[in-house]
Structure formats: C-alpha cells, structure tokens
Write a protein that binds this ligand. Structure first.
Ligand SMILES: NC(=O)c1ccc[n+]([C@@H]2O[C@H](COP(=O)([O-])OP(=O)(O)OC[C@H]3O[C@@H](n4cnc5c(N)ncnc54)[C@H](O)[C@@H]3O)[C@@H](O)[C@H]2O)c1
Ligand SMILES: NCCCC=O
Ligand code: NA
Length: 504
C-alpha cells in the first residue's frame, strides 16, 4: 500500500461537539521525531478550558442527549466511530508516524486495534442493557434488592505518547460504552491522532459533550483536570512520577483513579527452547518493538548460562539485521524515540551503565547513517549487576540488559528483582516449568513462549510500582460504572423496631 503524504490538520480544542480556541490562545509546536522539524501546532489548554470542558461533559450527562442513551444507542455511535477510523486508516497511520516516530506499518496495526476496540466496546455497551439491573437473592422475603450498574459520571482520561490513538481508545471506548462523559488529555508529545478522533466524533454526530479533547501540557491541562471538583474519576497511563502526583491530587477529593504506569519486565530464557531463532525474535520484539517505547517491554533478558553465549551470538546477528530508518520507509523496523528529551535520557542511561562497569555488547549510539532525528541503535548491555541503574530503571527506549542464571530459583529471584510488576515472559519447552514461573512472577501480565502480544479482550495492568486497576476486556468497562445497591421493603407488616406510640 502506498503510504500517503500528509500535512497535519490545524485543530482547536474539541469541546461540546465543536472546535474552540483555547481561552489563552496558546499553542504548542508539533515535532516530527524523525526530522526534528516543527510540522504544526496544537492548542494548549489551561485550567479555564478544563472548566469549560467539564461543564460541557456534565451537561451532556444531564440532558436528553448522551445521558439518556441506552447501551444499544451508544453502541451505534461506537460502531460508527470504528467505521470512520477504518475509512481513515492510511491517513491516521501517517499522522501517527510523523507525530510519534513509530514505523508506519506499526502505526497502521495500532489503528486496526483501535477499530477492534471500538467495535468490542460497542458489543459490551449493547450487553450492558440487560445487565444494568440485576436482583440479588436475600435470606429475607420482606426485602428485595437489586444492583444497578450506571455511568460513573464525568471522567478525566490522561494518556501517554507511545501508542497515541490506541492508548486514547483504551480509555475513550469503554468510558463511552459505559455512558460516561469524558474529558481526554492526550500527551503533548503526540496529540495529533487524538484530535482527529474528535473530528471523527463530530462527523458521526456523537452528542455534544460526550467526548471533549483538551491538548496541552501536563501541569497546565492535566493537573487542573485531576483536581477539578466536578470530575468523578481519573484514568491515567504514563510514568510513575506523574502517577504519584495524580494519585496525591485525586486523594484530596477522594477521587478514584486507575494508574497504568511503567515497567522493567523480565524475559527468562531456558536452554531447552526448541528453536533458538524463534526465541531470539521474541526477545527482540519484546524490547525493540515500538522503537523500544513499550510500558511492558521485556527489557531484562535473563538467560540460562548453558545457552547464553550461543544465544547472544544469534541475538547479535538478528539485531544487526534490524532496519533503522525514517519510519515512513517500507520495512522500517526501528524509528526514532519520541523527543530530544527521551533521546538524551536513553543515551544517559546507557552511558551510566558503561560508567558503572557494564559492557555495551552492541549499539548504544546514534546510527551512523542517520544524522538527523532522535534515532538510537538497538542496544544490548551485558555484564550487568543488579545494583546498576540499567537493571533497576525503566529506559523506555531500545535497550536490552542481560544477566545469566543457573537454577530456576535464581531465575525467579532475578525476574522479580524490580520495583515494577507489569509484564513477564518465559521461553521454555517445559510447560510445567512455565506454569511454575507463571505463579512465581510478580506481575499483572505473563507471556509464555512469546513477549508483548496484546489483545483487547483480556485484562491489562500491573502491580507494585506499575500501578493498579485493569484496562481492556470487561474489566475496563467496570472502571466507568457506579455499582448502586437498591433495597426495597416489600412487606405490609410494620418494621416493629420501636414500640408504636399507640401501644405505649
Ligand atoms: N502501563 C501502561 O499501560 C503504559 C502505557 C504507556 C506508557 N506507560 C508509561 O508512561 C511513561 C511514558 O509516557 P509519558 O512520558 O507520556 O508519561 P508522562 O507521565 O510524562 O505523561 C503522561 C501523561 O500525563 C500528563 N501529565 C504530566 N504531568 C501531569 C500532571 N502533573 N497532572 C496530570 N497530567 C500530567 C502528560 O501531559 C501526558 O498526557 C513510561 O513510564 C511508560 O512506561 C505505561
Ligand atoms: N501493546 C500495548 C502496550 C501498552 C504500553 O505501552
Ligand atoms: Na511529535
């Protein structure tokens, strides 16, 4: 398929179903990480815009628009959004690529997941109609109790830059399916496709205020959204430090949050793997996909010592074969990281690893053939000690660190030697061993004989410093529902707790 060339559309904030200029009229530059050039501007929302958007969301819940829809009616809008996204797939993929830097074919695949997600939550929205009032059997006949599942209210959705439209969809689709009204604040480093979702919602006639999109800086737009007294919940995906700020601010209002944070996930490889090339490819994919900017990246390779030398030799051959290029080029498999800040952060982590005594087995620098753009070679670091920063800290770039082990106990200890708990992978022919590791891994996600495949039906999330709450599947719908107990006294007899005055 020919990759379309695109200029990024000039958009405003999307509030109450229309495009509106920010109150302070500020805008932020959009930078293409492959060229370091400014390719456009996005509106910069501030607290004043947040208040306007939250009021629009609240109105949407109250009037005969969004607030009184059935699940079946909401499903129609979600399916219409899915159809429009599919129609615009090539253009959205190109916009994603020039804004985020991921290879075009990866961006296109993300768009496919966006379509599937909206369709999936349309089905769940429809099913909700028969589940939003269910009886709970009691031990007494004098009462009848029902449980109502109703929209939680106005929800604030704050998303990162690594899968811009997909992370937006992971929140917007279930929130709308549940009947909430949403205010979305995408990352200022990659907001373009989220704004295009606003245009798609406008084109399909989503009732005004159901979805509002505010682009802008975290402290100028995200923070006021978290602290706004008329926002009922915050769903956040991003870094640990920001998650702590958000949780602290939300706590002042006893506001519920879900936090999908960072990770430093392990991939444990045993010497009984039936095919070394298959294992090597999963190891590469687990760390270098999405230009290495994956929350669940298995960025710590823990390899059995009996196979380590042979495995690393093969890993090197595969790594040298990765095509690093402008992400709009066919067959690009590694593009630039998102920004100059991320580029410098990743290189600093690599240089610290070297200074602490680790060996840069491969990579660690800008590719020679790419003089512009935030490109970093896929990097493999060995002779790593568990005290080193490279072992402990999330890089969020194409950097794999390696340690060997002799016994299962040692492998499990190394795997769990992290403050995070998002994903974990094990490659072994012995499925009983894989079951033992599945139980031993301190994580929310386990991959067996693979790494990273991510589907919209099962739950996604972690534990420890990777946050809490689960997205995707039916779990995500629950994030946006209020569970209400309704108990009715159905007896004609007096309650008779107090003596009736007539009997005194
Ligand atoms: N667990 C997951 O599913 C998942 C997915 C993607 C990324 N991440 C994590 O996100 C990090 C990288 O993403 P990032 O750089 O965009 O994270 P980030 O924390 O810098 O920003 C995430 C979002 O939060 C906003 N924000 C920043 N400060 C804020 C504040 N004080 N109040 C409210 N909002 C604020 C930003 O504008 C952005 O929209 C990595 O640590 C990665 O592991 C996790
Ligand atoms: N494959 C989706 C991973 C989300 C975190 O980065
Ligand atoms: Na960008």
């Amino acid at each position: 398929m020919a990759i379309p060339n695109m200029q990024i559309p000039s958009r405003q904030l999307f509030i109450d179903g229309e495009w509106r200029e920010p109150v302070k009229k500020n805008r932020l530059p959009v930078i293409n990480p492959a060229t370091e050039e400014i390719i456009g501007y996005i509106p910069a929302a501030t607290a004043e815009d947040v208040d306007i958007a939250v009021k629009a969301a609240r109105r949407a819940l109250g009037r005969n628009g969004w607030g009184s829809t059935t699940g079946a009616q909401r499903a129609k809008f979600l399916r219409a959004i899915a159809a429009k996204v599919l129609e615009k797939r090539p253009e959205l993929a190109t916009l994603e690529t020039i804004d985020n830097g991921k290879p075009w074919f990866e961006a296109a695949s993300d768009i496919d997941d966006v379509v599937a997600c909206f369709e999936y939550y349309a089905d769940l929205a429809e099913a909700l109609d028969s589940k939003n009032k269910t009886e709970v059997k009691l031990h007494l006949d004098s009462f009848k109790t029902h449980v109502y599942k109703e929209p939680l209210g106005v929800v604030g959705l704050i998303t990162p830059w690594n899968y811009p439209l997909l992370m937006t969809t992971w929140k917007v689709a279930p929130a709308l399916a549940a009947g909430c009204a949403a205010v979305l604040k995408p990352s200022e480093l990659a907001s373009i496709t989220s704004l295009e979702l606003g245009e798609i919602c406008r084109e399909v006639g989503l009732p005004p205020g159901a979805l509002n999109i505010l682009t802008g800086l975290g402290h100028e737009a995200g923070s006021p959204l978290v602290s706004h007294p008329d926002v009922d919940k915050i769903a956040f995906t991003g870094s640990g430090p920001t998650g702590i700020k958000i949780m602290t601010a939300a706590a002042q209002l006893v506001k519920p949050v879900t936090l999908e944070l960072g990770g430093k996930s392990p991939i444990v490889v045993f010497d009984d793997i039936p095919n070394i090339d298959i294992a090597v490819e999963w190891t590469l994919f687990g760390c270098f996909w999405t230009n290495g900017q994956i929350c669940s990246a298995t960025s710590r390779l823990i390899i059995q010592d009996t196979i380590a030398s042979q495995f690393l030799d093969r890993l090197l051959e595969w790594t040298k074969n990765i095509k690093i290029s402008d992400p709009l080029e066919e067959d690009c498999k590694l593009g630039p990281v998102i920004s100059r800040g991320q580029y410098e952060k990743v290189l600093k982590l690599i240089s610290t690893a070297k200074n602490e005594g680790a060996t840069i087995l491969y990579g660690g620098e800008r590719p020679q053939h790419l003089k512009k753009g935030y490109y970093i070679q896929p990097t493999i670091i060995t002779d790593v000690d568990t005290s080193m920063e490279i072992w402990k800290e999330e890089v969020f770039g194409p950097v794999l660190c390696v340690k060997t082990f002799k016994t299962e106990e040692e492998a499990i200890e190394l795997a769990n030697d992290t403050k995070y708990g998002l994903g974990a992978a094990i490659l072994s022919k012995d499925l009983d061993r894989c079951e033992r590791f599945t139980k031993a891994f301190q994580s929310g996600i386990v991959w067996i004989n693979c790494s990273q495949p991510c589907f919209w039906q099962p739950p996604w999330g972690g534990k420890k410093r990777s946050g809490f709450g689960r997205e995707l599947g039916e779990w995500s719908l629950e994030n946006y529902l209020n569970i209400k107990q309704v108990t009715q006294y159905v007896s004609d007899e007096p309650w008779a707790f107090y003596k009736s005055p007539s009997k005194l």
